[in-house]
Design a binder for this molecule. Structure first.
Ligand code: OTU
Length: 650
């Protein structure tokens, strides 16, 4: 039935389209719209079909797609077609990303454009520039409280500067990732201001209530995201004299996606940035897009429908553009943001692998890879045309979001184990060199997360203060070990700026009243270019880190088996300190790689006659691809030094 309705509606919409649009050359647009319309219509109808203005809204949706198609440059349209032909282009091992703040890394966007050589030197060819859109000073949540979605915040420069950056990156085949904060706006966004002024239309963009009745119902089941800084989920607005839903900070108003006008506005903004040259768009906090009384209002079915609809619409206007799902939720939930029961991603092509990230931190603290192995074994395979973003650190805290059943399966008690990890990383555990800070402490639930830079969390800060070369060596090995994992595991590795030179915690934020309450600022420093210069000076930690990571990136790019085609096998070994997996070339013609990482402080042995290792490597002389040398053997077994890693091949 849908099919018939959708067809006649499509025809109707087409005849009603603004004459100015009709005159344009829309051949590709029509073909793609035709191919996707059934799905777009069905989803739009599922979400908004009950509304009296449904037809009007559907018309509006198509007009937005058409207008943005017309605004899309010829260059970007050519890129779209190129990528449609090579539709698995982003699964290649050639991509290596870095996330950074334009101001913290290079002052502003112009400065960033001048630093392209740094990325090239290291081998980075995908940049995630953390949010750069206009935010109120002091109430910005690091860029995630946007007051104008179409204007670059002046502290970063101008929209023109962004276009210049985008062009400069394109010339060097470097991908640009930009954020669109889809779940909420700043309370100083025009929509919020007009809502506050009493305009009903804009109050309907948010969840606004006259009294505490509905808020109280919601709060029975809504968890708190920032319990210390912004307890509760609703904020009373004095001027409006109403309550508004604010799941994150009290100045971040949640958008109401049960209103199709909100969906259409946000789609328009996504397409706007696609047209400014973003290759990839990071959709923030996607798990939160649909609210339901009596639930945690995360991972609701409608949140997935909204993302599918966004993807289908983007497919019509800017099919070369990919989405990243930022859904820091339970392992089995994250993977659903690719879209369920599909082969190709039908929501976001890329998702943050928060599970892998948290599990690696578990292995570092315990010196034991059991939970890492167990947690990853429980993860279903990703879809064929979809990939992970693998990261060690990012601009956010580390949440210990692994599955309780997995924790029990390796014989730990979930509560005690998490407590141990928090103590370990916040330096409250006597045997730990880690120097992190607690974040988001919730006294009611006992939940805590962790802030801190990679280097400080693996003990480099303490080691340097102790001037003990052995401890310094242990810390640097950890930094490399963790990079060896994200670069080989399968997916796009996303480095975090400064980790490649061992950047320590920065406590300057404590002097800034707008930041002091949020420990995440400890790992959002100004990049220290003086320190970075030391990468060229022999014998420095910076050189050791930078050069080894650079080497790993280079080997990754040359190794087909590191492309992401579900071509990985976890290998169970008796020794719990070791984490082992194989990567095979998806054509199975070229050689396989066995990755082995030793999380322990002592050398460990690995029996290469293990059946899975043998079948991956075959017989012959083993070589470590990173060092290019033959690793040490003893009594027929491979010896992996303390905190060391190998990419083995024959
Ligand atoms: C995201 O964070 C951003 O990355 C944060 O920097 C923002 O503060 C936040 O949204 C609000 O815009 O929403 O789906 O553990 O991981 O807040 C997960 C806390 C998010 C963050 C969580 C995350």
């Amino acid at each position: 039935m849908y099919e018939q309705v959708s067809h006649s509606l499509l025809n109707e919409i087409m005849t009603r389209l603004n004459p100015e649009i009709k005159q344009q050359e829309l051949r590709h647009f029509y073909t793609r719209l035709g191919a996707n319309f059934y799905s777009i219509y069905s989803l739009f109808h599922l979400l908004y079909g009950e509304r009296r203005d449904f037809d009007e809204q559907a018309q509006c949706l198509v007009e937005i797609m058409a207008r943005q198609y017309i605004n899309r440059s010829e260059k970007l349209k050519r890129k779209d077609i190129e990528r449609e032909k090579d539709h698995n282009w982003f699964l290649s091992q050639k991509w290596v990303g870095m996330a950074l703040y334009a101001d913290g890394f290079a002052g502003d966007l112009k400065g960033l454009t001048d630093k392209v050589h740094y990325f090239q030197e290291l081998g980075i060819n995908m940049i995630h520039v953390l949010p750069i859109l206009q935010c109120p000073v002091g109430k910005s949540d690091g860029g995630y409280a946007v007051s104008d979605y179409r204007t670059v915040d002046k502290k970063f420069g101008s929209n023109e500067d962004l276009c210049a950056l985008s062009d400069a990156l394109k010339q060097q085949d470097i991908l640009l990732t930009l954020d669109v904060v889809v779940n909420h706006t700043s309370d100083e966004h025009e929509w919020a201001k007009r809502a506050r002024n009493g305009e009903k239309k804009y109050q309907d963009y948010y969840y606004v209530f006259d009294n505490r009745k509905v808020p109280d119902m919601f709060e029975k089941t809504l968890p708190e995201i920032f319990p210390e800084n912004s307890p509760g989920n609703f904020t009373y607005d004095e001027e409006m004299k109403k309550w508004v839903m604010t799941v994150f900070n009290n100045y971040q108003w949640d958008l109401n996606y049960s209103n199709p006008a909100v969906f259409i506005e946000m789609l328009d903004i996504i397409l706007f940035w696609a047209n400014q040259g973003a290759d990839i768009i990071r959709l923030d906090a996607v798990a939160f897009l649909w609210k339901k009384i009596g639930s945690a209002s995360q991972n609701e079915r409608e949140a997935h429908l909204i993302l599918q609809l966004m993807k289908d619409c983007c497919q019509v206007t800017a099919p070369g553009v990919l989405f990243i799902a930022e859904a820091i939720v339970a392992p089995v939930e994250i993977i659903k943001y690719f879209g369920e029961d599909a082969i190709n991603a039908k929501e976001c092509e890329i998702a943050y692998n928060a599970t892998f990230m948290a599990l690696m931190w578990d292995a570092v603290a315990t010196k034991n890879a059991s939970l890492l192995y167990q947690g990853l074994r429980s993860l279903p395979d990703k879809l064929a045309r979809a990939t992970w973003l693998n990261y060690v650190r990012c601009h956010d805290d580390i949440g210990l979001g692994f599955d309780d059943a997995d924790i029990r399966a390796v014989d730990y008690d979930p509560v005690n184990h998490r407590k141990f990890l928090i103590d370990y990383y916040t330096g409250r555990f006597s045997d730990s060199d880690a120097r992190g800070f607690p974040f988001g402490q919730n006294h009611a639930t006992g939940d805590v997360r962790i802030s801190g830079s990679l280097a400080s969390l693996v003990g480099l800060e303490v080691a340097l203060a102790s001037e003990d070369p052995a401890r310094i060596e242990n810390a640097t090995r950890h930094i490399l070990l963790l990079h060896s994992l994200i670069l080989s595991f399968g997916g796009i590795p996303l480095l975090y700026y400064g980790d490649e030179i061992g950047t320590l915690n920065d406590i300057d934020f404590l002097n800034d009243a707008n930041k002091a309450h949020d420990t995440r600022w400890t790992h959002r420093p100004n990049f220290n270019w003086k320190k970075a210069e030391l990468r060229h000076q022999s014998g420095t930690i910076e050189q050791q880190l930078f050069n080894t990571i650079k080497k790993m990136i280079c080997v990754r790019k040359e190794t087909h088996a590191f492309a992401d085609f579900n071509n990985r096998e976890l290998i169970h070994v008796e020794n719990p300190h070791l984490f082992v997996f194989s990567r095979f070339d998806h054509s199975r013609i070229l050689g396989s790689i066995v990755v082995v990482v030793n999380f322990d402080a002592h050398p460990q042995h690995l029996d290469l006659n293990h059946s899975q290792i043998r079948s991956a490597l075959g017989h012959g002389d083993i070589k470590d691809l990173i060092s290019g040398t033959t690793p040490a053997m003893f009594n027929g077994e491979l010896v992996i030094p303390a905190y060391h890693y190998y990419w083995l091949s024959v």
